[in-house]
Structure formats: C-alpha cells, structure tokens
Design a protein around this ligand. Structure first.
Ligand SMILES: [Mn+2]
Length: 368
C-alpha cells in the first residue's frame, strides 16, 4: 500500500465534516421529542462504520434531545472484528423484526439510503433522516439527508456532531467511532480531506486503546481458516486480477474478508470473490488502482445494477439465483458470468489463461 501515491486534496479552508455535524444538531434540536421513538436502520450485514454511526446517533439523540431509539439491521454480523466490536463495546444492535417498520413512525437510515437494495426499508416511503457517504442517482426521500461522498466514513459526520454537541463522549462510543473511521478509510488511506484526519485525531484521545487493539486483532475460528484455505486453493490469477469462488459460506462477510486478503498478494491490483449464502450469490470486488471506480465496475457486471454498490475502491453486492431449481450448475453459471464480464470490462482476453497461485501439488491418489 505504501507505494501508492496519496492524492490528498489541498487543505480545505472549510471544515465540511463540522458543517454536516452542525446540520444534524440543528435538525435534532428542532425535532426533539416529535421524532421519538426513532428506528435507526443500518445497511444489511452492518460494518463497523454503520454500527458506530448508529450507536453515536442513538447516544446523541437520547442525551441531548430526549429522543429514544432502537438500532436494527437485517442479515448477520459475521466478520469476527465486527462481532468483537459489538460485544466488547456492548453495542445494543438488534435484528430487525417484521413489525418494526410499521411500529416506528420515524426512521433514520445509516450508511445507506431508502433507494438502496442493501437495507430492509420499504422503497418510496419517506424516512426522517438519512446519514450516508455513498453516491446515489437521486436525492433520498427524507426530511433531512446528510450525504457526504468524500467523507471517507459516515462515522466522521457523527464524530463531528458529538464533538460539537458539548456532550461528554463515553470511551466505548469514541472507540467505536475511531474504529468505524479506521476500517472504512482503510486506516486513513482513503481519507482524502484534512478535516477527516483532524476529526479522527480529535476522537482518538477519548478511546480505550487496549480495547481498540483487541477489536482489530480478535481470535479467529477454525471455520474462518478453513474458508480462507478454500479461498486460497480455489484462487485463480491472471494479469493483476485474482478471482476466488468460495462456494457455500457460513456468512456473507467472509466474501469481503477473503477479497480484501487476496488483494494483498504481490502483483495483484484487483480481486473478485464470491460466496453462496442461502439463495444469493454474494460478490466483493476490490482494487488498489486509484483510477478504478470499483462500485461502477461491479454494477456493470451485474444483471441488475441496483444490486451492487460501494465507495472508492471497495464494492459489494448480491443477487438471487432466479431459477425455480437452484442447482450446482446454476451457481457455477452465475459465478462464471461475472468473471467473463469482468474480463471484458478490463479488456482482457476472454480465454484468459488463469493460473492457480496457491494450489498445493496434488498427491498421486487425488489426481483424476
Ligand atoms: Mn461506511
């Protein structure tokens, strides 16, 4: 990573993150109890940035404005770092119940938007608040939306709001926010604005450092290593592109974890990883080329563009295998189709001669 030229924008005179933080405070001040109770909805399979932002919003809304809330998500929290974060920082996140959307009149969408496919919120229904960093085709249908596509992590907006609120920031919330910023910006590598770095530096002294380090280095299960092994054995590389189909996975977060890991192989610029979970194929695309619009590339190889998204060099998505009968060949067709389209997109030969960089020599009785 150190070899890439960082393209930090020139020092900004205006602190954009603080501007957004103030906007949020003004809105909450105006609405106060009228938007209580508030349903805080993250994207499916929430990541540290979404979890930290939701937690900070819950604290801010309750302490400063008496707004009660419940944080909900669909899917599962799978990545071992994310599970460690939730348990070590005692973060009250709940699986969404079917009745939640009906029961709560007010909702806040975090790190996602009403039009996105990666959340359980019904399309075309107005939400109270949207706080996000992802680019979208049209402005969300919301009483207030704060969307900063250059902020590196949605946590930056909430960190600023909390710092400006004058509230005391508990260690566990500061730690969550710092980890949210670090994980979404790839340890600040994707922090392209001075105010993002400053926001991080302002929250850092309030953190519980030993806990932050424990979250970043959690013990991993045997299942993780066996999936990693499968990902390595099945990996195929060709001219800077590495592809691995994991087959059935315990949880979809494994797909992005393995994609991240494969990208670190020397000589690799892009990684594509897939995994089957329930009746969906989950896909992650990673790149270390600053010029790649990775979410756009992934949308371009999906049948339905809306099922893929992301920001900067990180993209992900999933789609149903839309056949009455899901069988092995349907899965394989879907996996192969993605690779074919990706090769075309990168103008690589369609008959690319992929090699298996990590495959062990087969013992004689395994040779078929
Ligand atoms: Mn995010």
């Amino acid at each position: 990573m150190a070899s890439f030229k960082t393209k930090r924008k020139k020092e900004q005179t205006e602190n954009i993150a603080a501007h957004h933080g103030r906007k949020l405070l003004r809105f909450l001040e105006k609405k106060k109890g009228s938007i209580s109770p508030l349903l805080i909805v993250t994207h499916d399979y929430p990541d540290p940035d979404a979890i930290a932002t939701a937690l900070a919003l819950q604290y801010l809304a309750e302490r400063s404005y008496g707004i009660r809330s419940r944080i909900v998500y669909k899917g599962i929290i799978g990545r071992v770092e994310n599970r460690a974060m939730v348990s070590l920082l005692r973060i009250p996140v709940h699986k969404i119940r079917p009745s939640d959307i009906k029961t709560y009149e007010n909702s806040a969408l975090i790190d996602t938007q009403p039009d996105f496919e990666n959340n359980p919120y019904p399309r075309n229904r107005k939400v109270t608040l949207v706080i996000d960093q992802h680019p979208s085709a049209k402005p969300p249908f919301a009483a207030l939306s704060i969307i900063d596509t250059e902020c590196g992590a949605t946590s930056v907006i909430l960190t600023q709001a909390l710092l400006l609120s004058g509230l005391e920031i508990p260690k566990r919330i500061a730690t969550a926010l710092a980890y949210g910023i670090l994980s979404d910006t790839l340890n600040l590598y994707r922090a392209h604005r001075a105010d993002i770095i400053q926001t991080y530096l302002d929250i850092l002294p309030l953190c519980d450092m030993p806990t932050l380090i424990r979250i970043q280095n959690p013990p991993k299960s045997k299942k993780f290593f066996s999936t990693l092994n499968r990902g390595l054995q099945g990996a195929r590389a060709f001219r800077g592109l590495i592809v691995s189909h994991l087959g059935e996975v315990e949880h979809p977060d494994l797909v992005s974890e393995i994609a991240d890991f494969l990208l670190t192989y020397r000589g690799i610029a892009r990684s594509l990883c897939t995994g089957r979970y329930k009746d969906k194929l989950h896909v992650s695309l990673r790149s270390n080329r600053m010029t790649d619009d990775t979410p756009e590339i992934l949308r371009g190889i999906f049948d339905d563009r809306k099922e893929a998204g992301g920001h900067d060099m990180v993209a992900g998505g999933s789609f149903h295998i839309r056949r009455k009968e899901i069988n092995e060949s349907r899965w394989q067709e879907a996996e192969a189709r993605l690779v074919t389209r990706l090769l075309k997109r990168f103008r690589l030969p369609s008959k690319a001669e992929f090699y298996a960089p990590f495959q062990q020599e087969k013992s004689p009785d395994q040779v078929s």
